[in-house]
Design a protein around this ligand. Structure first.
Ligand code: GDP
Ligand code: IMO
Ligand code: MG
Length: 421
């Protein structure tokens, strides 16, 4: 095969990447995370059990899989250790399946404090960060101050940690922010010790070797394209490149090695945290989507903002990711809607546009196209041919507009509730 396939989110995160990666894993031997960190929460449901993964790739449950945490990921050893402990308690042999890049950066306890202090200082303008220390850790990475997984084996590690903590403590003084990291720091060092049980590798060599050996490799995105640091709704974004380009830098895979790019989207839209969301609903329909879709954050438990599908944003994401196949999630949540709306364009200051605008602070008014709802339960359907005509119309409209086929449709959270076309 000699290519790396990619699964990534096209909206504002939580599209259902965990489920899809889990469904696709039987076709892949290697699953690799390339960016983000414990801000992610990827849910998996199978055999009447549910799991949420934050740092570990969603292939971990499948026998014989290799799961790589790439250099582009940021790791909190406390959260990673908790994840590993839960997996081991449910019988998953994590050590035999996990490879961790020595170049992945470490989230320090003080990075979390900087995240919290910075958000608190922003007041009403806050990003709505998950407060996992993501922004400050990537800042130290690009500022060339960071500590990496490979550093934990050095005898100088404690001293380097102390120096960076000191720098952070100095920075924290500019905020009116009280904190106590003593307990977390103890857990953090225990997590560092725990990390030493695993294979810490140059993952760029490992991944390229797998590709050369014709192993099927799948890169698993976190967050979504509209949260990308460059192209998302800045500054209400995360601090990494969530786009397909991030696979190259976050795993050390050449652009010419990228194969199929699967772009995941919900049949509607959600966003958690602050920032522009042109199709957001504040009425009963929004409430209905949240209730039926159980739209509450997998990492923070916060209610997710809900709205109609946004074709302007979706086409923007499809363009920048070079999506070759679309995957539509959660159509079942709209089983009982009379009318389903899709934004086909925006009116910005009265001027219609089909491009995502630079300035998102003012009023963006969506221009809607209405679709008739299918008004029946689709959860038990397993063949595309058996879908109600209204749902087929919806799917085929999306295919026409984006120019990309919808190759998988998910009609429920369980592994089995999936239609592959
Ligand atoms: P991720 O971050 O992209 O992996 O997505 P999350 O796990 O944060 O959020 C997706 C939520 O939707 C999870 O609770 C999934 O169990 C659930 N889910 C995934 N696919 C479907 C679907 O087709 N229908 C329904 N009703 N729920 C789904
Ligand atoms: P998964 O992988 C949804 C959002 C936060 C906040 C902004 C910045 O589960 O799809 P950060 O913690 O990165 O500083 O937060 O990005 N955010 C997510 N929203 N799903 C995620 O991950 C997210 N990760 C970060 O809510 O608005
Ligand atoms: Mg999530």
């Amino acid at each position: 095969m000699k290519k790396v396939d990619v699964v990534l989110g096209l909206q504002w995160g939580d599209e259902g990447k965990g489920k899809v990666v889990d469904v696709l894993t039987p076709k892949y031997q290697v699953i690799a995370r390339f960016q983000g960190g414990p801000n992610a929460g990827h849910s998996l449901h199978f055999s009447d059990r549910s799991y949420v993964l934050h740092t570990i790739p969603s292939g971990i449950f499948r026998d014989g899989s290799v799961n790589v945490i790439g250099n582009g990921v940021v790791i909190d050893p406390v959260i990673l250790s908790q994840e590993i402990a839960e997996l081991e308690a449910s019988g998953v042999d994590v050590a035999s399946k996990l490879l961790v890049s020595r170049k992945a950066h470490l989230i320090l306890p003080t990075h979390r404090m900087l995240d919290a202090a910075s958000e608190a200082a922003k007041g009403g303008a806050k990003i709505g960060s998950t407060l996992k220390g993501i922004g400050p850790t990537y800042m130290d990475k690009t500022g060339r101050n960071g500590l990496r997984v490979g550093d934990i084996l050095s005898p100088e590690f404690p001293e380097r940690y102390r120096k960076l903590r000191e720098k952070h403590e100095h920075m924290l003084k500019q905020y009116d922010f009280r904190y106590d990291i003593a307990e977390y720091e103890r857990e953090w060092f225990a997590g560092i010790e725990n990390l030493k049980r695993f294979r810490l590798v140059e993952s760029e060599y490992a991944v390229n070797r797998f590709v050369e050996e014709n192993k099927a490799v799948l890169a698993e995105g976190a967050q979504g394209s509209m949260l990308d640091i460059d192209f998302g709704t800045y500054p209400f974004v995360t601090s990494s490149n969530t786009l397909c380009a991030g696979v190259c830098t976050g795993l050390g895979v050449a652009p010419s090695r990228i194969g199929n790019v699967y772009g995941i989207f919900k049949a509607y839209c959600t966003r958690v945290g602050s920032g522009p969301f042109p199709t957001e609903l504040f009425d009963g329909d929004g409430e209905k989507l949240r209730e039926i879709g159980r739209e509450f954050g997998a990492t923070t438990g916060r209610p997710r903002r809900c709205g109609w599908l946004d074709m302007v944003a979706l086409k923007y994401s499809v363009m920048m990711n070079g999506v070759t196949g679309l995957i539509m999630m959660k159509a079942d949540v709209m089983n009982d809607f009379d009318t389903i709306r899709v934004a086909t364009a925006y009116k910005v200051d009265g001027v219609e546009t089909s491009e995502f605008p630079f300035e998102t602070g003012g009023k963006i008014e969506p221009v809607y196209k209405d679709f008739k709802g299918w008004k029946c339960n689709i959860n038990n359907i397993r063949r595309y041919e058996d879908f109600p005509a209204e749902l087929k119309t919806y799917v085929e409209y999306i295919e026409r507009e984006t120019g990309v086929p919808v190759v998988i449709i998910s009609v429920g959270p369980d592994r089995e509730e999936t239609i592959v076309r």
